[in-house]
Design a binder for this molecule. Structure first.
Ligand code: DP6
Length: 357
């Protein structure tokens, strides 16, 4: 078994056993989703998954994805299951393209058996692709014997899904947009996530799942349409730079109100860019607005609580851990029929064992 370690910048994440004469290796990794407080929305390079703006998130301690990758020297194709069912369509295409990238880097032709178990409601705007590709990057890199540190794993995870670059790290993490100029290799190397220090914060994110079904427009398609057609995209991207600087400073001084105010305006601004796209992309539902109203009411009642939303109707509410039960109660009443979950800051992606042959 490889030693169990957490991804730390600049350090090896594991003692990797490369595929040897006794057959290729397997590896199992766990990763958690993250929720962006300064959002990633829009790619300047779709192939390399390079974003227009830098972003910052909190990795959660709930909804883990566990992924096992085992190399199969005799197989003619990859076999991928998601929650026990064979992966199909776009999901299968993205995972196989990711494995091709890992094979190319490892110089190995072996196909893989991938088994991924995801506990987040898939496709509900809860960033299942972040935990999914972070776990796949860590497991596949180990199984194929890639020599990676946490920064390299973050870059690799980014190629699967942009937000996955941040789930390599625990707590708060910022993903650098990177340099827009230079060669493709330089651009690739310049865009990765790293941990962000946060002093004296004991935060919780209360997650109101008002609709756990798959969304009508994927975040990938929606962000492309926003960049291509929304007149609000450029101003939002410009203000996002200030939001990131303000967010870093607020985290450094442990100022939850400032963190929350910036997170809420950044997220609502992102949704405004989509509403102005042609045709509009609208992820907010009447239930989302009811939950947003309950967050305003909490603040009027003196409870620091701030909302953020991703590519779906669900609402995540940032608050002090000590207020989480009260916030969850208010949000539960507003999200009638929906489920409410309380998350704290979680660990980065890590190997949890060797998957056997
Ligand atoms: C709204 O990382 O899922 O959650 O790179 O196309 O896979 P791809 O997109 P993805 O987008 C996440 C967008 C977001 C905001 C965020 O997490 O920063």
């Amino acid at each position: 078994m490889p030693e169990q370690t957490t991804a730390v910048p600049g350090r090896r994440t594991t003692a990797v056993r490369p595929p040897g004469p006794d057959g290729p290796a397997g590896a199992t990794a766990v990763a958690h989703p993250n929720i962006a407080l300064v959002k990633y929305w829009g790619k300047r390079d779709e192939q390399l998954v390079l974003p227009w703006t830098s972003s910052l998130s909190m990795t959660l301690d709930i909804f883990p994805t566990t992924t096992r990758v085992r190399l199969d020297a005799g197989a003619g194709h990859d076999a991928v299951t998601l929650n026990g069912a064979p992966a199909t369509g776009e999901a299968a295409r993205r995972i196989i393209a990711f494995l091709d990238l890992v094979r190319d880097r490892a110089g190995l032709p072996h196909r893989a058996v991938v088994e991924s178990v995801n506990t987040v409601p898939t496709g509900a705007g809860l960033a299942s692709s972040a935990s999914g590709f972070a776990a796949l990057a860590v497991a596949a890199a180990a199984a194929y014997g890639l020599d990676t540190d946490a920064t390299a794993l973050s870059r690799l995870a980014r190629r699967g899904s942009g937000s996955a670059s941040r789930s390599i790290f625990g707590g708060f993490a910022a993903w650098h947009a990177g340099r827009p100029t230079g060669s493709a290799t330089e651009a690739d190397l310049s865009s990765y996530a790293e941990p962000v220090p946060a002093a004296g914060l004991d935060p919780a994110l209360v997650i109101a799942v008002v609709d756990a079904g798959p969304k009508d427009v994927s975040s990938r398609a929606a962000m492309r349409r926003t960049v291509d057609t929304s007149p609000l995209f450029e101003p939002w991207a410009a203000s996002s730079e200030d939001d990131l600087a303000g967010m870093r400073a607020a985290l450094r001084r442990g100022d939850l109100d400032a963190v929350g105010e910036i997170a809420e305006r950044n997220a609502l601004g992102m949704h405004a860019t989509m509403l102005a796209a042609r045709p509009a992309v609208r992820y907010m539902s009447p239930a989302s607005l009811t939950v947003l109203d309950s967050v305003l009411q909490l603040r009027r009642d003196g409870v620091p609580a701030y909302a953020t939303m991703d590519a779906g109707p669900n609402v995540k509410v940032l608050c002090h851990r000590a207020d989480a039960d009260r916030v969850a109660g208010a949000v539960r009443a507003a999200a009638a029929g929906g489920s409410v979950h309380i998350a704290g800051p979680g660990q980065g992606a890590r190997l949890v064992g060797e998957g056997g042959r």
